[in-house]
Design a binder for this molecule. Structure first.
Ligand code: ADP
Length: 394
């Protein structure tokens, strides 16, 4: 089946094209609305690149140019011949609890729940509408970052605010990175040779979250109402005492919007040491820079706390998964985190852990009570898989 996966942002669209589950092309429409906008399509089989520097007016124009590049590359004769298009949607709110084929009702609902993801959902909608215009007969599928976490029990997803804030305002923990946690936890089942697993999945990228997976289902996760909660991230603070917000508002005279931006864009490891890329942080730790050491230690310690909490929550844990840019590539983060957990019977094989291989693998010793796995995430593949499944069901 020919499946296109779109991840539409406000000024960019990332895409991957799958033909019978094999990636044939990937690329980006970037800086939409700017003079310097660009469309790049890469033939993933031979690395040949096709580019256009047209000033892309809007999402619709972007997709037209992409269609031309698809034709020029000979990879796809027209978007109209696709069997389906999968759209990554950040937020499904309380109502869109499962991935689904998109119809008018779903479109309206994605629009309605935009209040929960004001930066993302409107851009996703623009992507979907553009696709409908370009290829009206191709089925579109919505794949929600929040859907995998819909199996969390109520006592895990509720906040202890007055109940009406859940009832009337839909304030609850939703969780994110669901597509990634779903993908890597199902891969872990294969890797560990089990039909169903209990795992703790740590997706560590610029955004980072941990998920407790019981029998293949999410039962808790560290991100909450928004992706701000939980782990310390590149530029997000994660958990902190909520009373700090009114305090700094008064002490510094900052508005709610300014504090929101401060917590999302200027905090995290960046707020502590001035760098949000772990490669920079690690090289500075090596040089003995204390702020980098502090940021690194804080990041790992928060992760250890969450893994510890989920070890307590799960009725037994088969494995811990590291994924995302940091989880897959930083041997040092994995080592520091697992060292702290060694009293629980987690034993990393330092040799396996330091090997630079990009395939999924177990990096704990044979004696380790809980296996430690590195599983490269592939959210687009998972979106394409779900899209295929729902299109086939009809
Ligand atoms: P996103 O959350 O934007 O999808 P990724 O999952 O691609 O991000 O993760 C990006 C981050 O991964 C980088 O900012 C960097 O901190 C980290 N990273 C990438 N490669 C390495 C590496 N070799 N060593 C340590 N960290 C790395």
């Amino acid at each position: 089946m020919k499946i296109l996966v779109l991840n539409s942002g406000s000024s960019s669209i990332k895409f991957k094209f799958f033909d019978d589950k094999v990636v044939k092309a990937s690329g980006l429409i970037e800086k939409i609305g700017e003079q310097t906008s660009k469309v790049v399509l890469k033939n993933t089989l031979n690395d040949q690149k096709f580019e256009r520097d047209d000033a892309i007016k809007d999402h619709e124009h972007g997709l037209q140019v992409l269609n031309e590049l698809f034709k020029e590359s000979g990879i796809l004769e027209d978007l109209k011949v696709l069997d389906g298009c999968g759209h990554r949607i950040v937020h499904g709110g309380k109502t869109l609890t499962k991935h689904c084929l998109i119809d008018d009702r779903v479109l309206n609902e994605i629009d309605r729940v935009s209040v929960f993801a004001p930066l993302h959902n409107p851009a996703h909608l623009a992507g979907i509408k553009t696709m409908i215009k370009a290829a009206p007969n191709v089925p579109n599928v919505a794949v929600f970052d929040t859907a995998f976490h819909q199996t969390m029990p109520d006592y895990a997803y509720m906040y202890a605010l007055p109940y009406e804030f859940y009832d009337k305002d839909s304030i609850r923990r939703y969780g994110f990175h669901g597509t990634s946690h779903a993908y890597v936890s199902s891969k872990a089942a294969n890797l560990l040779g089990k039909s169903s697993v209990n795992v703790i999945s740590a997706h560590l990228g610029n955004g980072a979250s941990v998920c407790a997976v019981e029998n293949g289902k999410s039962v808790d996760t560290s991100m909450g109402f928004t992706p701000l909660e939980g782990l310390i991230m590149g530029t997000r603070c994660g958990d902190m005492d909520p009373a700090i917000i009114p305090f700094i508002s008064k002490a510094r005279g900052l508005s709610i919007e300014e504090i929101d931006s401060l917590m999302n864009k200027k905090s995290g490891v960046y707020g502590i040491c001035g760098y949000n890329d772990f490669r920079d942080i690690e090289s500075r730790v090596e040089k003995g820079e204390d702020r980098a050491r502090l940021a690194f230690d804080m990041f790992c310690y928060r992760l250890v706390k969450y893994i510890g909490a989920y070890l307590a929550v799960l009725p037994g844990t088969d494995g811990i998964i590291f994924t995302g840019g940091i989880g897959e590539n930083s041997a040092l983060v994995r080592q520091k985190v697992c060292e702290r957990l060694s009293h629980l019977g987690i034993e990393l094989d330092l040799n396996l852990n330091s090997q630079r291989i990009s395939t999924e693998r177990i990096v704990s010793t044979v004696n380790s009570k809980i296996k430690v796995c590195i599983i490269p995430t592939d959210e687009e593949f998972e979106i394409a898989r779900v899209t295929e499944e729902l299109v086939n069901k009809g």
